[in-house]
Design a protein around this ligand. Structure first.
Ligand code: NDP
Length: 499
């Protein structure tokens, strides 16, 4: 070869051409392709396969790398290593998305924003898979696919459909709290840099002595919460559907690194038993006055991905990725997510998705019970035993990462006692379900003009409902929160329809 730098075929052959290399030509300048043109065939075949399944939810996203810094001493509430020392830093990957619309959709459309955050701790990966809202639409996990479909396209018209959306929510009114957040200004955040994120679910901090606390996590933007009005969001959606991606990517390129303070609300299990709200119901918050925020860290983004597909599209987040000191609670929606998220990753990326560099733990991994499968990238643990309780010594694969012989460590440091009956899930709506939405309506009222904007935002959506009966059921739902809210939404909606 004369040149020292040259393109090759995918398997290294130093022969690549910018035009089709092998054709059987005729005199008129036509040509028949030949199977021996490996470059042409591989180029075409690879192109047809370069899309992986789009996420069924959370398809449109931006991501970046950064770090989490522990603040203060948390040893009284958790043994988690990443929180052990004031100032300890842990690398982080963050992916923020809209939920319902597709990958090419406008990122300023009114929607909940998902927050997938992977902390590559020295005790394995911890994923915080949060939202920018502190509550959720449902508390029974079987409703999750239905709820999401009702927010997507109609099966016949293939159009987003207000009839479906409001029909679902009238039939499942426990979502009223989240609806109010969604139709407030926070439903159209002014980019990722200006939104908060919340665990929503209750989780647990655990300690080695077997004790635990229930917690909820809040991440508050250091840039301040900033939102678009509906009109601004709609205009930008037309002019620049990738506005939020551009905003954060360019800010990081300018070295204006966005950051978030991280807080926990902490509840002792003894308080949980008689607390006025079911703490495993993610349509409810814990009021700040009862459970004040305690600062535990700060997260800063400081590096854009080197390649979007490799680093962000291939990233897989799951609340089941936990570390010692951090544990799931008995929230039924969380319990279902512990299964559904890794299951989605296995479908989307393949069974060995945990080996993809952006997902791989930076802590040592020795997991010889997961073997083989499509796209195995490592040495597959050579000849090490692939069954439990082996008396045989592991080979170099274990020695290389840890040395010595592997031990089984029990992570069951927390000890909830469960005695119960197998029953069906009951999620009846009661007057209690309207107490926190009513409090939020008051919070919204603290900001001049905000209640009027919520009413206009709701009217804009409900006016797409064809059935007068269904529209009036929606007004009744909002009247349960606040009579004035229900009446004003009705007036604004019906006036919009008459025009
Ligand atoms: P507080 O007055 O202490 O808290 C009210 C909180 O409301 C604020 O801290 C702010 O959360 C949040 N907020 C402000 N505007 C909006 C909005 N448009 N959409 C959603 N949240 C907003 O009262 P309580 O703790 O007693 O809560 C009252 C109501 O506030 C709750 O019923 C709930 O709807 C809402 N809320 C409560 C949160 C909690 O964890 N207690 C968290 C978020 C909302 P932030 O400081 O996080 O921006």
């Amino acid at each position: 070869m004369s040149a020292d730098k040259y393109y090759t075929l995918a398997e290294g052959c130093p022969f690549a051409s910018s035009s089709t290399a092998v054709l059987m030509r005729n005199r008129q300048g036509g040509g028949l392709g030949l199977l021996q043109d490996t470059q042409l065939i591989e180029t075409l075949a690879h192109f047809s396969r370069e899309r992986i399944p789009e996420r069924v939810v959370h398809a449109k996203a931006i991501g970046a790398y950064g770090e989490f810094e522990a603040i203060g001493d948390c040893s009284d509430i958790t043994s988690a290593s990443f929180l052990k020392k004031d100032g300890k830093k842990t690398p982080v990957l963050l992916r923020v998305s809209t939920v319902g619309p597709e990958s090419g959709s406008a990122d300023t459309s009114r929607d909940v924003h998902g927050w997938g955050m992977k902390m590559y701790t020295d005790e394995g990966n911890l994923d915080w898979v949060f939202n920018n809202t502190p509550v959720f639409f449902i508390r029974d996990p079987i409703k999750f696919p239905s709820m999401n479909r009702s927010h997507k396209r109609h099966p016949k018209s293939h159009l987003p459909d207000a009839n479906m959306f409001w029909d679902f929510h009238v039939g499942n009114p426990e979502g009223i709290h989240q609806l109010l957040v969604l139709f407030s200004d926070r439903g159209t955040p002014q980019s990722v840099r200006f939104l908060n994120s919340y665990s929503g679910h209750t989780y647990k901090f655990t300690k080695e002595d077997g004790s635990f606390k229930y917690i909820k996590i809040h991440m508050k933007t250091c840039q301040g919460v900033k939102n678009f009005t509906q009109e601004e969001a709609t205009k930008i959606a037309g002019e620049d559907p990738d506005y939020m991606i551009r905003d954060m990517f360019e800010a990081i390129e300018r070295e204006e690194y966005p950051s978030w303070n991280v807080f926990v609300q902490v509840m002792d299990p003894s308080e949980a038993e008689n607390y006025k709200w079911n703490i495993f119901d993610m349509t409810k918050v814990w009021p700040h006055t009862d459970f004040p925020l305690r600062k535990i860290g700060k997260m800063t983004l400081n590096r854009n991905p080197g390649n979007y597909f490799a680093d962000i599209e291939q990233a897989a987040f799951s609340p089941s990725n936990m570390v010692p000191g951090f544990s799931a609670s008995a929230d039924p929606v969380l319990q279902a997510r512990l299964f559904a998220y890794p299951d989605a990753a296995r479908y989307r990326l393949g069974v060995n998705y945990q080996q993809i560099p952006t997902n791989a733990a930076k802590a040592p991994v020795y997991c010889p019970f997961q073997r083989d499968g499509k796209m195995r990238m490592d040495g597959n643990y050579g000849g090490d035993p692939n069954y439990v309780n082996s008396s045989l010594q592991p080979t170099k694969f274990y020695q290389e990462i840890k040395g010595g012989s592997p031990q089984s460590l029990s992570l069951h440091t927390e000890h909830e006692q469960w005695v119960g009956e197998v029953t069906t899930f009951t999620s009846h709506i009661t007057d209690d379900d309207f107490v926190q939405p009513a409090a939020l309506w008051e919070v919204i009222g603290r900001e001049p003009g905000h209640q009027d904007r919520v009413i206009a935002n709701l009217a804009g959506s409900i006016s797409g409902v064809k059935s007068s009966k269904l529209r009036h059921e929606v007004y009744t739902l909002f009247s349960h929160v606040n009579q004035d809210l229900g009446t004003k939404v009705m007036k604004a909606t019906e006036a919009a329809i008459k025009h």
